[in-house]
Design a binder for this molecule. Structure first.
Ligand code: ARG
Length: 292
């Protein structure tokens, strides 16, 4: 699915308005991702407002959508590694939650809910088996890159629903990077990566309504040039996107955000993850970045 041409201002005053100061060519940098095939994906419990066990989800459809996401990354030149899915862990497909990896150091996840608890050790084991020697078993509740997003000079960290502030401090101490706490207030946006994504190492896109007033003020101060998404785009998990500096792999339904990204020189790559959204996940949730 692509945005209709009518939504892409390529000529006329609309095209130049507000983009004059933007660089024309965005640069992609190749990434290394870890993903988990949705072999055991299902919606059998509800730990966020998106999940309805009565309605369930179609695993084959989810698998096809997930495979298309994996192929999209490969086509963009990224490297994708796979972790073996574990039976009985239907949310393990959401690899972002498995850890936070910076400078080759692995800060392990400790899940809030019992249903997902076994995922933490499973992801930590993958890193140990794949040559990572600095793997920290966290003392405090944290859901990996679901609530930690890495920029050049700092790490943004969500709290309010899943990850504890104590984990922000634990991660800062372990990784030696400044961690900035942001408070989430809308249960639909229970992980930071459902409300904000990095565009590059210095700028972000986000939905202000997901954050407390104080955290909104912090974001405005840190990112005066941020792209601001509206509620409709947030409500289709449009902020759960993956940007390599140029391409933005994003839920196709987030039409206004997609048009806005285009206007700012990014290249949106729309994907359909509607079946995984029934568990509250999107492209970013399925993707753990390995930074060595
Ligand atoms: N059902 C999962 C949960 O509620 C979805 C996780 C989505 N992952 C993410 N990085 N936001 O924990």
């Amino acid at each position: 699915m692509t945005v209709s041409p009518a939504m892409e201002p390529t000529t006329g005053p609309a095209a130049s308005a507000g983009v004059a100061s933007e660089p024309t060519a965005r640069k992609a940098s190749p990434r290394r991702f870890l993903m988990c095939p949705p072999e055991h994906f299902a919606v059998t419990y509800a730990i966020n407002p998106w999940m309805d066990p009565e309605a369930g989800a179609d695993r084959d459809r989810a698998a096809a959508q997930w495979e298309a996401l994996r192929e999209t990354y490969l086509e963009l030149g990224h490297r994708v590694e796979l972790i073996e899915p574990v039976e009985g862990l239907p949310d393990m497909v959401f690899a972002a939650n498995g850890a936070l990896v910076v400078d080759g150091r692995v800060y392990g996840a400790r899940f809030r809910h019992a249903e997902r608890a076994a995922e933490g050790p499973a992801y930590a084991a993958w890193f140990r088996d794949n040559g990572f020697t600095e793997v920290l078993e966290a003392e405090h509740v944290n859901e990996g890159e679901g609530d930690f997003l890495v920029l050049d000079e700092l790490i943004l960290a969500g709290t309010g629903f899943r990850t504890e502030v104590a984990a922000h401090q634990e991660a800062q101490e372990f990784l030696g990077r400044p961690v900035v706490t942001l408070r989430l207030v809308d249960p639909r946006f229970y992980h930071l990566d459902t409300a904000l994504f990095p565009l590059d190492g210095r700028n972000v896109a986000y939905y202000p309504g997901a954050f407390s007033p104080g955290s909104r003020a912090v974001l405005e101060r840190l990112f005066p040039d941020a792209l601001i998404a509206d509620e409709d785009d947030a409500a289709v998990l449009g902020l759960n996107a993956v940007c390599d500096g140029r391409h933005v792999v994003i839920n196709a339904e987030a039409q206004r955000l997609i048009a806005q990204l285009r206007r700012h020189g990014y290249e949106p790559v729309p994907v359909d993850l509607s079946e995984l959204r029934k568990a509250g996940g999107g492209p970013k949730c399925c993707t753990l970045e390995i930074r060595v």
